[in-house]
Design a protein around this ligand. Structure first.
Ligand code: PLP
Length: 381
């Protein structure tokens, strides 16, 4: 605690979600009550408030109770887990899906299944903290390539072949980077991994439901070269829990050996049920993600007109860099005064000197949100 500067101390604030806006009901010592349009959560498609998901969770809760009461290999496995794993596997076109209570755990399990202390893990410089924790737990060595830079990745793969010809390196990337909003060329990375006989783990946490054909993520349609995909239901699926998708061999390996899979209470059945409902909604409305992408592109071009230089990207995460913590916090508070909730993202979540507002375009925002935001955001100084 001693070394954390004041501008980096985080405060817990409590929110009550409504249909179109969040109500801030407590913030530190103050008991405020302000209504704010949510431009910060990952509920990209607004499904967390969808009555069909709520009903599905409710029905399952009435018949099965709230929690699963055990781990998957003891008494926690339920028919709803089997159904979700099967339908998700079919939708993604993979052999095996295994559910986890959270994406953090799924990532930990994935890295530990694909790497050990002899492995060289080659990662994008900006991968999620959970993946770094997984690398540390596996004992593997790590080298990082410049963000989304395929040439730099290839350079590291070439070196690894020369230095350790008998080892299988593991490459890790996200398909939609959570704090940047950018995406790599997954097909090219998969091809490289195939050529260099490296394994590839892709975290699709933010892309699922939104990017790729019918919202099936950016790995969909690229079967060769991708070893494992991780995803979470806490974002576009509007629910909670997570999964790993892979082939039968690696799936069985995770089931038999992963502590993060075995030694944890199985995903709560009502959440699994809400997730299955979300999946069915996505299947019956395959253009949902595409429409959100189109809206996001309109937002980006309007920001650019006001001098805001957003990274080139296609998804609903728009990163407006301000530089210092103070500048980012000042903008956050100014927008809050006008009823707009964005969060200043600061180091260590993002690199030094890149504090930013991370804006999320959601499909159920109130009309004229963009106009209101542009007006209060002003021109980039
Ligand atoms: C890229 C990425 N991977 C994994 C996770 C973890 O997912 P979960 O929230 O389900 O633990 C997150 C969430 O913060 C994320 O942004």
């Amino acid at each position: 605690m001693k070394n954390i500067p004041k501008s980096r101390l985080r405060k817990l604030r409590t929110w009550k979600p409504g249909d179109k806006a969040f109500q801030l009901i407590s913030s530190g010592k103050n008991n405020e009550s302000i209504s704010l349009i949510d431009l910060a959560s990952n509920d990209y498609l607004g499904l967390s408030q969808d009555p069909r998901l709520i009903e599905a969770a409710h029905k399952t809760m009435l018949s099965e109770g709230v929690g699963s009461g055990g781990s998957r290999l003891v008494t926690g496995s339920r028919p709803i887990h089997d159904r979700l794993e099967k339908e998700l596997g079919q939708w993604l076109g993979v052999e095996r899906v295994l559910l986890f209570p959270s994406g953090f755990q799924a990532n930990l399990a994935a890295v530990c299944a694909l790497a050990n202390r002899k492995t060289l893990v080659i990662t994008d410089k900006l991968i999620h903290h959970s993946l770094l924790v997984g690398i540390k737990a596996s004992g593997a060595k790590i080298k990082r390539y410049a963000h989304n830079n395929i040439n730099d990745l290839e350079r590291l793969l070439q070196n690894s072949v020369l230095e350790e010809p008998n080892q299988t390196p593991l490459v890790i990337t996200e398909s939609l980077f959570s704090m940047e909003g950018t995406s790599p060329d997954i097909k090219k990375i998969a091809r490289l991994c195939e050529n260099y006989q490296a394994r590839l783990l892709v975290d699709e946490a933010h892309a699922l439901g939104v990017l790729g054909s019918q919202g099936r993520g950016l790995c969909h349609g690229t079967s060769k070269g991708i070893t494992m995909i991780s995803g979470t239901f806490g974002k576009a699926f509007g629910s909670g829990g997570a999964f790993l998708a892979t082939n039968n061999t690696f799936g069985e390996h995770v089931l038999q050996t992963s502590g993060a899979f075995r030694y944890t209470t199985a995903l709560a059945p009502p959440l699994a049920s809400a997730t299955l409902e979300a999946l069915r909604l996505l299947k019956s409305n395959p253009q949902k993600g595409q429409r959100l992408q189109e809206e996001s592109m309109i937002w980006r071009s309007e920001f650019a007109k006001q001098g805001w230089n957003c990274p080139r990207a296609i998804g609903p995460i728009i990163s407006l860099k301000l530089g210092s913590d103070e500048q980012a916090l000042k903008k956050q508070y100014e927008l809050e005064e006008h009823g707009l909730l964005t969060i200043a993202i600061r180091p260590p979540t993002v690199p030094e000197g890149t504090s930013r507002l991370r804006l999320i375009v959601r499909s159920n925002l109130p009309k004229n949100t963009l106009q209101k935001l542009l007006f209060h955001l002003g021109e980039k100084q």
